[in-house]
Design a protein around this ligand. Structure first.
Ligand code: SAM
Length: 250
């Protein structure tokens, strides 16, 4: 079996291969007379079976199952193709880099600022960066509470970055958010580095933190642990996804 480093590429290959198989079957046999939607459903079943056999994460199964049948059903709605282009561009500007970063956009819950309240310095100045700062909501909330902190963010996806910039302009929080890749950004100037990413980059994030962060500074990860490295503290957040903050002192 072919091995793919990137699960999106694998999913795309499964979709293409199962479509070709069903297409060939459609053309070269004469005993089955299915509608286009039924053929698409067959393709969905085949794609999800292959995904299961290839041991892709289970959440890919409903995606494979529904992708083509829903696409065919949507065509029947007679919606202008322009809307699909607009939707695609919007999705691309939010999620386009996920293919490379393996980190999609989802936001920290409102419980995070509360949990961080007692952890962040109360009486001395400190600097805090959210690596992959999304729409900037966490930074804005923290900056409103901790007047002794300087808050920074770096975000790779254009639309979330623009939203965070706009948010920042409309409030007086004074966070500094830049558009860019945090892997190219030096962590040494921060007392606290906060990350809410995915399981994929955690090992590399730890290597980068160890190389660049100052002794005594704090690395905080929402939800995702670093393989083989025990956090010195874990704080359950009691939010909708039952997430936990993990803390490592450098
Ligand atoms: C799970 S979201 C977290 C958003 C925000 N930090 C929060 O807690 O609400 C992760 C974000 O990291 C961004 N991201 C992923 N890799 C990145 C990179 N290498 N450089 C900058 N941003 C990145 C993604 O675009 C996404 O918006």
């Amino acid at each position: 079996m072919l091995r793919f480093k990137n699960s999106s590429l694998m999913a795309l290959s499964i979709q293409i291969a199962s479509t070709l198989v069903v297409l060939a079957f459609m053309i070269f046999q004469s005993f089955l007379t299915f509608s286009l939607f039924e053929w698409a459903t067959l393709q969905g079943l085949l794609a999800s079976l292959v995904s299961f056999l290839a041991r892709m994460p289970l959440w890919w199964i409903p995606i494979h199952l529904l992708f083509l049948p829903l696409s065919i059903a949507t065509l029947a709605l007679d919606i202008s193709p322009l809307w699909f282009l607009v939707l695609f561009m919007g999705m691309w500007l939010v999620y386009g880099k996920t293919y490379k970063t393996q980190v999609p956009l989802y936001l920290s819950s409102k419980h995070v600022p509360d949990a961080l309240e007692s952890l962040l310095p109360q009486n001395k100045n400190f600097s805090f960066i959210d690596v992959g700062s999304g729409c900037g909501g966490l930074l804005k909330n923290l900056a409103g509470i901790h007047k002794n902190g300087r808050f920074y963010g770096i975000e790779a996806a254009p639309i979330p970055f623009l939203i965070s910039r706009l948010r920042n302009m409309l409030s007086v929080s004074g966070c500094q958010i830049v558009w860019g890749d945090f892997w190219q950004h030096d962590f040494s100037q921060y007392d606290v580095v906060y990350a809410y990413l995915s399981p994929v980059p955690m090992e590399s994030l730890w290597q980068k933190a160890r190389r660049e962060m100052r002794p005594g500074s704090l690395l905080i990860s929402n939800t995702f642990t670093i393989p083989g490295i025990e956090p010195y503290k874990s704080i359950p957040l009691n939010d909708f996804s039952n997430s936990t903050l993990y803390l490592w002192k450098i």
